[in-house]
Write a protein that binds this ligand. Structure first.
Ligand code: AMP
Length: 184
């Protein structure tokens, strides 16, 4: 099963993706986690993207698309995956469609978590993960980028009739139950 878990920053994608990974035994791929690990380990990729992540802007599409294509060719993803944080632009979504086509594969579900904006800011500020992009100013940048660049991705998948909108407010378990019901 190939799933995209979609939503604005602070919607709980990472938390829910980890729970889905345990429930369905499908690996979770977070592009943000890959970038943060690369920055921590000071790899060439990390050096290239550090200032971008710090600013709250997006890494160039080609860099992300190449990274995801490389990653998804690993054996652990052969029976499916949960994407978290990708695709984040329509260009990335189209590249991902082409990737699936080329590999004779398809997308099973696009789960879109919706959460009111004031709740998103509160959640990010209180999660205390120590991320350099979790300051109020950077969160506003990330939300603006989300509205401008990322939200149009929903329309792209609506055209394919794939979008399932999930209410992303409430407890972690309540949201998880809604996602499971949507997937069943
Ligand atoms: P996240 O952990 O998903 O919130 O991602 C953290 C940061 O990594 C974002 O603010 C972007 O700078 C970068 N990033 C992660 N995924 C992508 C993507 N698919 N396209 C572009 N930039 C990304």
């Amino acid at each position: 099963m190939n799933i995209i878990l979609f939503g604005p920053p602070g919607a709980g994608k990472g938390t829910q993706a980890k729970k889905l990974q345990n429930e369905y035994n499908i690996p979770h791929l977070s592009t943000g986690d890959i970038f943060r690990a690369a920055i921590k380990n000071e790899t060439p990729l990390g050096v290239k993207v550090k200032s971008i992540l710090d600013s709250g802007e997006l890494v160039p599409d080609q860099t992300v698309v190449d990274l995801v294509a490389d990653e998804l060719h690993k054996e652990k993803y052969q029976y499916g995956y949960i994407l978290d944080g990708f695709p984040r632009t329509v260009v990335q979504a189209k590249a991902f469609d082409a990737f699936l086509d080329k590999n004779d594969d398809n997308l099973d579900a696009f789960i879109s978590l919706s959460v009111p904006e004031n709740e998103l800011i509160k959640r990010i500020l209180s999660r205390g993960e120590g991320r350099t992009d979790d300051t109020e100013e950077k969160i506003r940048t990330r939300l603006n980028v989300y509205r401008k660049e990322t939200e149009p991705v929903i329309k792209h998948y609506k055209k394919q009739d794939k979008v399932q909108e999930i209410d992303g407010s409430g407890t972690i378990d309540e949201i998880f139950e809604r996602i499971k019901a949507a997937l069943s």
